[in-house]
Write a protein that binds this ligand. Structure first.
Ligand code: AKB
Length: 322
């Protein structure tokens, strides 16, 4: 990776990924793009362009002008938002992906796009979900992720585009909020614990889902993109995970720092149904064997870091207002 273009750069993954890529490859090497422009460090600290990824001509032109050799395509609608507007989700997630793949083909770029645990369905094995297994999701987000995995494989086999991807679990981060996902409750719980000492979860207890701390997710993207191509048997997309947890497990971990923290439930039937379709825990053996996937953070280590970073953020907020 030398000249990198990132789409959806102001989203939850994009903010942390662009910052890390600029640190490794240099500020000039990384072009951040998004459909909107906000007052954010990513916009101020390097190249930034507004881009609607469904506009294939604009996608190609922006990549060509940057002389991109790598495209990291993150722009997509997440699970809960996709369920509220399935046609828009299909359009953005698939037309956007196709624009990116066509650009990668024309400019001979390496290509990364995330898949998700949403690519599995209710009849997929729930525990230690294998890398290669049944994938019949019933959500539009899941459907777009399976189609995306297949499309990326197609561009690799048909045109030789160096496509690579990860099936991300829920990602937890303190720097940028998620938007429209089912696993967002985990991020919200940390912030609510510090602000109010309590949280009302829309996902029920004993609903186990895979999760990962953002620094591990960012390292995984970079490790996969740097991996020796000849060693990759799977490409699109690798199972990756750091932990399998439910709301109670996060609450227990938070109580090590905030003993009075209380957790309540008010279940959202839409997001609960989505969560129940997803695996309880996935198996990341292929990622470990083919490109050395590893993580630094288990639940408690992640909680320690989340709470300390969020407390710092909140104190800075208070001193700005006061
Ligand atoms: C979501 O909840 O939609 C995402 C995901 C697991 O892909 N975080």
């Amino acid at each position: 990776m030398k000249r990198i273009m990132v789409t959806g750069a102001l989203g939850q993954i994009g903010c942390d990924l662009v910052a890390k890529l600029r640190k490794i490859y240099g500020e000039e090497a990384v072009l951040a793009t998004d459909i909107r422009q906000i007052d954010h460090e990513i916009v101020q600290s390097g190249y930034f362009r507004i881009l609607d990824v469904t506009d294939s001509t604009a996608f190609y032109e922006v990549a060509r002008e940057h002389r991109a050799d790598t495209i990291i395509h993150l722009a997509a609608l997440l699970s809960a938002k996709a369920e509220s507007d399935p046609a828009l989700a299909w359009h953005l997630n698939i037309s956007g992906l196709l624009s990116g793949l066509e650009t990668a083909r024309a400019l001979s770029c390496q290509y990364f796009t995330p898949s998700s645990i949403a690519a599995f369905g209710a009849n997929t094995p729930k525990n230690s979900t294998p890398q290669d297994t049944l994938q019949r999701p019933l959500t539009m987000y899941g459907v777009s992720k399976v189609a995306g995995e297949l499309l990326c494989d197609y561009y690799y086999h048909k045109y030789g585009v160096d496509t690579r991807g990860l099936r991300f679990p829920g990602l937890i981060s303190h720097s940028a909020p998620p938007g429209g996902g089912t696993t967002d409750y985990a991020v919200e719980m940390y912030e609510a614990a510090i602000r109010n000492g309590n949280y009302t979860s829309y996902i029920n207890k004993e609903t186990y889902l895979d999760m990962m701390y953002m620094p591990d997710a960012i390292d995984a993207v970079i490790a996969l993109m740097e991996a020796d191509s000849s060693k990759l048997k799977h490409r699109n997309a690798f199972n990756v995970t750091a932990m399998s947890i439910d709301p109670e497990k996060i609450a227990e971990s938070i109580r090590r720092h905030i003993p009075e923290f209380t957790l309540h439930y008010d279940i959202d039937p839409v997001r609960q149904a989505i969560a129940e379709e997803w695996p309880d825990s996935i198996d990341a053996t292929a990622a470990r064997e083919e490109w050395g996937f590893d993580v630094q953070y288990d639940l408690n280590r992640m909680t320690d870091d989340m709470l300390s970073k969020l407390k710092g953020k909140l104190q800075a907020e208070h001193s700005r207002i006061g």
